[in-house]
Design a protein around this ligand. Sequence first.
Ligand code: FES
Length: 104
Amino acid sequence: MVRQNLRIRFESLREDSPMKAEVSGVGMVIVLHKGKVYALDSACTHENGPLDEGSIDNDEIVCPWHAGAYHLDTGKADENTPWVHDTRSYAVGTSDDGELFLDL
Ligand code: FES
């Protein structure tokens, strides 16, 4: 496993306010929700809409373009928005100095 620093500090996150990050050329969306940090691919599986500009609703992130929804913890597509497919989700850690990281 390789630890990838997200260059985002935990305290810079705002509840339910998605942030954009990039790891090894892959765009990701980082979300603090109910005190836990989630990371998913930022490109929507439908037409590459920017999930980092999406909104949070009921433990899901909702694409700003056509409202496709994904579960934050698993990246699974909401069955009520079948035009999107499951996306990748990543476990996020916080280092002792407050920096967020992924173990890929
Ligand atoms: S691009 Fe995200 S739902 Fe269409």
